[in-house]
Ligand binder design. Sequence first.
Ligand code: ACO
Length: 340
Amino acid sequence: MAKQLRSVGIAGLGMYVPERVLTNRDLETLVDTTDDWIVTRTGIRERRIAGEHEATSDLAFPAAREALQRAGVAPDGGDLDLIIVATCTGDMQSFPATASLLQERLGTRRAAAFDVAAVCSGFVYAMEVGAQFIATGAYENVLVVGAETMSRVLDWSDRSTCILFGDGAGAVVLRACPEGEGILGSVLGSDGSGAALLNVPAGGSRRPLTPALIEQKQQYLMMKGREVFRFAVEIMGEAAVQALDKAGLTPGDVDLFIPHQANTRIIDAAAKRLGLAPDKVFVNVDRYGNTSAASIPMALYEAWRDGRIRPGDVVVTVGFGAGLSWGASVIRWGDVTWTP
Ligand code: ACO
């Protein structure tokens, strides 16, 4: 007989951003750009940048600690079963996983730990992976963190990319919840034929770093912006509708849409396709830029903190990014209320 799967919901949230704010005006002194160009094309006004000695696990740690505290899970008490970190800017080039480094910082000896590499879709992927362990009854408490130091993989002389990204971290604790709550439906997808549109060309096994490649700045993010833009607009609406369909819902049932925070033009176009009014769409890209895998948990956290999500609400998150990859989740919010 097939085993009954458990419903999985969010039991606690946390967020952390580095202190340093880099405004569009600051960028005007670095590259040939203007505040007006950046705001008009992207909606971004400022972003946070990690300090010289701050790595991705340093951003992940306070976000994770807050999420665990809010979920009532003592990291060193043996109740945390698994730590998943979604990141494309891990502390180390190859290994160990940033999740292992975070585990050490949290003082959690028993928890399993691994990273998920799906770039800006990473958090949705990681949440879906973590949810499977709880749904089957294998684990009780899973910590899922999206954390990035995108500033480390940017070419700060390339105006077409350096203006877009920022650093930060967001975290959730997943746990079994009453039926009808939590993650109601989700989709994950990828299309590797688009790998050349967005990548870091060198530093992996295909092209190990050499002085010549460093000279050519091949260790930095490169992107064909227009193509990624077209893909993003299309996939955001499509993935959201597919996930809603799996949950037996339609766009009309959505209380809050929390898209990957890459660009307000992409967000507006996706919301229009879904027929969502602006008050049903959460945007904080203006203050943080594109923080890749951290963007959705950071937006989820701020929406929750600001009272935009209430128990019973239907929340839809959609991520897209390099791979190409995408993922969407439909969540019915449980009894997790904000306390300062
Ligand atoms: N300031 C001023 N001018 C600029 C800047 C800048 N910062 N950047 C580019 N330009 C210029 C270009 O050189 C070009 O000039 P030209 O016409 O003389 O050649 C002109 O502006 C137009 O450039 P486009 O690239 O066509 O501008 P576009 O309107 O497409 O906007 C943007 C660029 C904002 C990057 C857009 O394409 C976009 O948002 N794409 C999606 C990016 C995205 O979401 N990426 C994240 C994916 S998530 C992940 O996995 C990491």
